[in-house]
Ligand binder design. Structure first.
Ligand code: LLP
Length: 418
């Protein structure tokens, strides 16, 4: 997609709007499959659960990794075959287990003995289990994302994992072990440590057929091939199916958050106040994450509609018109790009160089396809952005922008029913 395409989308659907370039997603799937030939890829739904995106990923033959009832239902609805759904996560409840068994999920990752106690009672003769191990090492990432760390709540320490494995294996439904070291993993050493953690478990249980080494590949440039050099030989040597469960790597770079400049203020720094902030993209506020921001051509900005079409109006796929690119001023001034809400953390980018901008200008916040809309909220009664998908030059609305009515719809329902 070009910047002119993005400008045309902002003009048509308003801002803030997330845009997902499905061609870009497909290219990442291809990259991943090339790096991990034969691996069983389960997309981590938590990264971006938009229905159009999920349907697209299912159509490419991927499996899904889900952890909540909502993700499970979304995965089923999007057309992932149940046997290609892997249910993970540390919070299994009897209701979730019942539903997952009903649906017939193929694999379940047991995060603890508590989950097994629930699953043991469920009628799920065909479900097979992984035991998630806490390998207890530092995966060299942001502490919020370091799930392998010894203090993290995830998985089971190795000795206990072996004991639980005995118990599950006795039911003939133990498929293998699972380590997800963390997210935004960029160092090859982490892959080596994962294999080192798993080896003794497979020595002890040589008849297993699956190993799940998690997801977490950093964007933009995780050394996939180098990771694969650790995982593939391990799996091959032991005759194991290699499962990977990436989220961010497949969708982050294909996603852009379009936002419009509301005001520009000059103080100790230049503050560009945009119409998107922490309610729309939480990562800068929560993790100090860096998302590249660039100025888009502003053709048609002054007459852009403020809101997306109403939900009931079907939106046809529209060819994206090729609009001319206006010149972008180039004087860079140290800038915070802030959101419209009332707290300091409400920020999209900190201390960045950005050309001169004026109210009405359009900004593209990059690398926003993963954990962007997925973590958007109604904080300050913000209305969650529209989502647009683009495929082969055609853009279409995939989720309309929320309206104020969406904010109180559930309250009104509650009032009517009480
Ligand atoms: N598998 C498991 C068991 C996970 O917990 C996760 C992510 C993934 C796979 C996918 O990881 P990915 O490939 O997307 O890195 N909200 C944070 C990310 C939290 C990741 C949680 N678990 C962020 O915005 O960076």
């Amino acid at each position: 997609m070009t910047d002119d395409d993005l400008t045309a989308i902002a003009a048509r659907y308003g801002t803030p709007t997330y845009v997902y370039d499905l061609d870009g997603v497909e290219a990442q799937v291809t990259r991943l499959r090339a790096a991990f030939p034969g691996a069983d890829v389960h997309y981590a739904v938590k990264a971006n659960a938009n229905g159009a995106l999920l349907r697209f990923l299912a159509s490419l033959g991927l499996g899904a990794e889900a952890l909540t009832t909502g993700e499970l239902e979304r995965a089923v609805r999007a057309g992932f075959p149940p046997e290609r759904i892997l249910l993970g996560g540390p919070g299994h409840t009897p209701a979730l287990v019942k539903r997952a068994a009903e649906v017939g999920v193929g694999l379940v990752s047991l995060d603890g003995e508590g989950a097994w106690r629930i699953w043991r009672e469920a009628r799920a003769p065909d479900t097979r289990f992984l035991i998630r191990v806490n390998p207890g090492f530092d995966p060299r990432t942001h502490e919020h994302l370091a799930t392998a760390a010894p203090h993290a709540k995830f998985g089971i320490p190795r000795a206990k994992a072996m004991a639980l494995a005995e118990e599950v294996a006795a039911t003939r439904r133990l498929a293998g072990f699972h380590v997800h070291a963390g997210s935004m993993i960029a160092e090859v050493e982490v892959a080596r440590l994962v294999v080192e953690a798993l080896s003794p478990l497979y020595d002890r249980f040589p008849d297993l057929d699956t190993v799940d080494v998690g997801g977490g590949f950093a964007v933009p440039d995780a050394p996939l091939e180098a990771f694969a050099e650790h995982f593939l030989p391990f799996a091959r040597a032991r005759g194991l199916r290699l499962v990977i469960e990436p989220g961010r790597f497949l969708v982050a770079d294909a996603g852009t958050l379009l936002t419009r400049v509301l005001h520009v203020k000059h103080g100790a720094l230049r503050h560009v106040i945009a119409d998107a902030g922490m309610a729309d993209l939480l990562r800068p506020a929560l993790y100090g994450a860096h998302h590249p921001v660039r100025v888009l051509p502003t053709e048609g900005a002054a007459t852009a509609p403020a809101a997306a079409p109403a939900a009931s109006v079907p939106t046809p796929a529209v060819p994206i018109p090729a609009t001319p690119t206006s010149a972008i001023p180039t004087t860079a001034v140290p800038t915070d790009v802030d959101g419209p809400l009332c707290e300091n953390a409400d920020r999209l980018a900190r201390h960045v160089d950005l050309p001169d901008v004026a109210p009405g200008d359009l900004l593209a916040v990059g690398r926003a396809g993963a954990y962007g809309f997925a973590m958007a909220s109604n904080y300050a009664s913000s209305l969650r952005p529209a989502e647009v998908v683009s495929r082969k030059g055609e853009a279409r609305l995939a989720r309309r922008r929320e309206t104020p009515e969406d904010l109180w719809r559930l309250e009104d329902e509650a009032q009517r029913s009480s």
